[in-house]
Design a protein around this ligand. Structure first.
Ligand SMILES: NC(=O)c1ccc[n+]([C@@H]2O[C@H](COP(=O)([O-])OP(=O)(O)OC[C@H]3O[C@@H](n4cnc5c(N)ncnc54)[C@H](OP(=O)(O)O)[C@@H]3O)[C@@H](O)[C@H]2O)c1
Length: 427
């Protein structure tokens, strides 16, 4: 094999291949060797001992070498990686990648190129690192019809929300802690604004629903505006807040979103702590299943990469490379806002005057949005009160119309926050 990149994941791949050589040989019938590894800096300290002669600064030494059967892309980035993968496939090399940024945007193009060249292109590590979720959707649940997936697929945001929840700290404080511990990047935008999770949900929805779901189809809201007060109220009402990716199919229409979401404390996803990931999958026949594990890290991610490599090599022995990829069965049809049904948590600051609550409840009733719970609490600030509502299911369109009208009411000072709610709290 040839490696494009020898960083956190690439070094993990080398370690696993070295340490599990006997097992790999038993599984695929031959030994597995690294022939070349593309890097940016030949003299950098690496997490593995590797012969310097195997390192190169020139991609063609990997992509054009006839002795390299499988290219492992673990360098990251989008355009360069895409260009290298297309070149590898053109040269009839199978590809394994861990690159969700790339697969969420160019997945269908790259899979088509792989198929044209009778090559495999596997990408298990691109979603939820060490959890074998893609293979479970494609193989393990192949006989079922998946209707819904809910995922905690970004470790950084789960770490931040867990700490905020457990320690009552602010978003900014915990973000700094996460950066110091290496759980958040110096520029955390892609994680905290939900974009990384959205990429993974696009990949999950594409495979789970057999529809070409793209990043632009995912509605995204991140966690950067989540406050300690939101978490306090969530807890009091029996909910835990998580950044949840939801992919839901009803008949043949789908919605895919990523947003801070309130889950009942008893929901299995509510207990997923720190940087861990989990994906909850509902199948018509199987019912509810949950996949849980480390979403990142050198060895967990490399495990998924090397398992894909084993898959490629087994296909090589059988002469069936490029045959296992099934193109999407269904035309993509996204739900309109009127068709997206959800419950919502809403926190509003209003004037502390007689009759305000009845004006608000009238608005809800006029808009056809009923509520499960409503609380009114005085605020320290003079003449203001806080109203917290959990609605019953309502269409997104109705709920958004309601928010717009609510914001324009003279007694409403500010809509502080609004989040999706999933599931029922046991009374
Ligand atoms: N880290 C994780 O836990 C994790 C989990 C799931 C998926 N992934 C995905 O796996 C991929 C790799 O992540 P990583 O954490 O291993 O990254 P990393 O530690 O930054 O390693 C990247 C490697 O690629 C090399 N590289 C980058 N750009 C290059 C270029 N233009 N030309 C030549 N070499 C280049 C770097 O060379 P130098 O070493 O010489 O700088 C380095 O060896 C990414 O797509 C990431 O999203 C990572």
């Amino acid at each position: 094999m040839g490696l494009l990149g020898l960083g956190t994941v690439g070094c993990g791949v080398v370690k696993i291949v070295e340490n599990h050589q006997d097992k790999l040989k038993h599984q695929v019938g031959c030994s597995v060797k690294v022939k070349k590894a593309l890097v940016k800096d030949l003299h950098k300290d690496r997490l593995v001992n590797i012969d310097e002669k195997l390192l190169t600064l020139h991609a063609e030494e990997v992509l054009e070498d006839p002795e390299i059967d499988v290219v492992i892309e673990v360098m990251g980035g989008v355009e360069e990686a895409r260009h290298y993968i297309l070149r590898a496939l053109k040269n009839r090399k199978h590809v394994v990648t861990a690159n969700k940024d790339l697969m969420a945007v160019y997945g269908s193009e790259l899979l088509a190129a792989a198929s044209e060249n009778n090559c495999d292109l596997f990408y298990e590590a691109s979603v939820a690192g060490g959890i074998p979720i893609l293979r479970s959707l494609v193989d393990g649940l192949a006989s079922d019809r998946i209707t819904k997936m809910m995922g905690i697929v970004n470790g950084t945001t789960n770490f931040i929300l867990t700490k905020m929840n457990n320690e009552g700290s602010s978003y900014e404080e915990v973000l700094h802690q996460a950066q110091a511990l290496g759980f958040a990047e110096a520029d955390p935008t892609s994680d905290v604004e939900g974009i990384d999770a959205a990429r993974k949900m696009a990949i999950l929805a594409t495979l789970g629903f057999s529809m070409n779901i793209e990043l632009k189809d995912v509605q995204v809201k991140g966690i950067s505006s989540v406050s300690e007060e939101d978490l306090e109220y969530s807890k009091k009402l029996g909910y835990t807040m998580k950044l949840i990716g939801i992919a839901h199919r009803e008949k043949e229409k789908v919605e895919v979103s990523v947003a801070p979401t309130l889950l009942p404390h008893a929901h299995p996803l509510a207990s997923v702590q720190n940087e861990y990931n989990a994906v909850y999958v509902y199948g018509e026949a199987v019912g509810e299943t949950m996949f849980y594990g480390p979403g990142a890290g050198s060895l967990p991610t490399a495990t998924a990469v090397v398992s894909d490599l084993v898959g490629v090599m087994k296909n090589m022995r059988l002469g069936v490379n490029g045959k296992s990829m099934v193109s999407p069965q269904f035309q993509k049809t996204l739900k309109e806002k009127e068709e997206v049904q959800a419950k919502h948590f809403l926190r509003v600051h209003v004037k502390d005057e007689v009759g305000v609550l009845s004006h608000i409840t009238n608005l809800f009733s006029n808009k056809g949005v009923s509520f499960e719970k409503i609380l009114q609490l005085p605020l320290k600030e003079d003449a203001l009160a806080e109203v917290v509502v959990v609605t019953h299911h309502a269409s997104l369109q109705r709920y958004e119309d309601l928010l717009e009208e609510l914001a324009g009411m003279p007694m409403v000072k500010e809509i502080k926050s609004s989040y999706r709610v999933e599931g029922e709290v046991a009374v």
